[in-house]
Ligand binder design. Structure first.
Ligand SMILES: Nc1ncnc2c1ncn2[C@@H]1O[C@H](COP(=O)(O)OP(=O)(O)OP(=O)(O)O)[C@@H](O)[C@H]1O
Ligand SMILES: [Mg+2]
Length: 325
């Protein structure tokens, strides 16, 4: 594998078994992530979008093995980390971190910020003296632009935006290379969302970080991402450079999703595509392309089999038998 790609995900699948009946037998499964493959270059941000329940969080957590994938490969610098034993995986966790949507729920309310930031450094033995520890703690606060007196305060003493800064500092404490940002600004006031997004972008440049950035807000995703992947009901239906997805999307689902956000259009017209019908259950997805019951461009093939991956360009892939362009 070339060093160009930090992460290569191959045919990743996660099914959650559903137990039922008197004997707790498996009666079915939720196919949360289906045969997904993609690559992320070092220093790149790959955005991940799709409606609620389409499998974004499951994909992010499966890559980090916070939940165990059912099958597939996750190559990190060319090595399949799904084959790592516990000890090797523990060391690996330093390189791969996650930032959650709700900064309050992910911080221990009984620990000071100093304690919260020190814990991961302690686990990975990242300091040898108390002077070194203090220096490192101050550096972390500098990174996220919090004052030094934050160390002695508790999570409830901060605003939502500041708490998310603490979470970012905690993720940075172990000097990671790759961070899954799972809706890191969705729970914040709109006025502070941009500040946190800009902070993440500045940190990326400074520390050469690689992001998988999950979000509902397409504008935010477009702004922060180099490329964007679109998921629908457990499948990745399209991935392209972020500026291409709005104007040159190939998949009707992407087209519909992005038609909902206002864009300055040189011709002054913008067609909003309203999708009919609900998202089907991931327990029992439709045969063929999962999107076909809601798709206005569906042809017979779409009802029969799931479309393969087509290349529009080397950086733009889609899975559709009857694409937009
Ligand atoms: N532990 C679990 N057990 C069973 N099913 C689960 C579990 N976790 C997630 N699911 C199901 O897997 C599917 C994907 O969920 P996931 O949370 O990954 O979606 P998401 O795209 O992150 O949604 P949101 O935008 O709301 O965060 C959903 O149908 C969900 O109900
Ligand atoms: Mg989620």
């Amino acid at each position: 594998m070339s060093e160009k790609y930090l992460l290569e995900v191959k045919n990743l699948t996660k099914r959650f078994p559903i137990k039922g009946g008197l004997w707790g037998k498996e009666v079915g499964s939720v196919k949360a992530v289906n045969d997904i493959s993609f690559k992320i270059k070092k220093g790149e941000t790959l955005g991940l979008v799709g409606e609620s329940g389409c499998g974004k969080t499951t994909l992010g957590r499966s890559i980090l093995r916070l939940i165990e994938p059912t099958s597939g490969e996750v190559l990190y610098r060319g090595e399949d980390i799904l084959k790592y034993n516990e000890k090797k995986m523990r060391d690996m966790r330093r390189k791969m971190q996650i930032i959650f949507q709700d900064p309050f729920a992910s911080l221990n309310p009984r620990m000071t910020v100093g304690g919260i930031l020190e814990e991961p450094m302690h686990v990975h033995k990242l300091f040898n003296s108390s002077a070194e520890r203090t220096k490192r703690l101050h550096q972390l606060l500098d990174y996220v632009q919090l004052p030094k007196d934050a160390l002695n305060k508790y999570p409830h003493e901060f605003s939502g935006g500041q708490r998310q800064r603490v979470c970012i500092a905690r993720a940075l404490a172990v000097e990671p290379e790759f961070i899954v940002c799972d809706e890191p600004v969705s729970a914040l006031d709109v006025s502070v969302q941009a500040q946190v997004v800009n902070l993440l972008m500045d940190l990326q440049k400074e520390l050469k970080l690689t992001y998988l950035f999950i979000a509902h807000d397409l504008k935010v995703v477009e702004y922060i991402s180099d490329r964007v992947a679109v998921m629908y009901l457990g499948n990745m239906v399209e991935v392209a450079e972020s500026h291409e997805l709005y104007g040159d999307s190939m998949h009707p689902y992407t087209k519909a999703l992005f038609s909902a956000i206002p864009h300055p259009d040189p011709n002054g017209k913008q067609e909003r595509i309203l999708l009919e019908g609900d998202i089907p259950s991931p327990m029992n997805p439709p045969k063929g392309c999962h999107f076909h019951p809601r798709c206005w461009k569906a042809v017979d093939d779409c009802k029969m089999s799931y479309p393969p991956v087509y290349d529009k360009t080397s950086s733009h892939q889609y899975r559709c038998f009857n694409p937009m362009n």
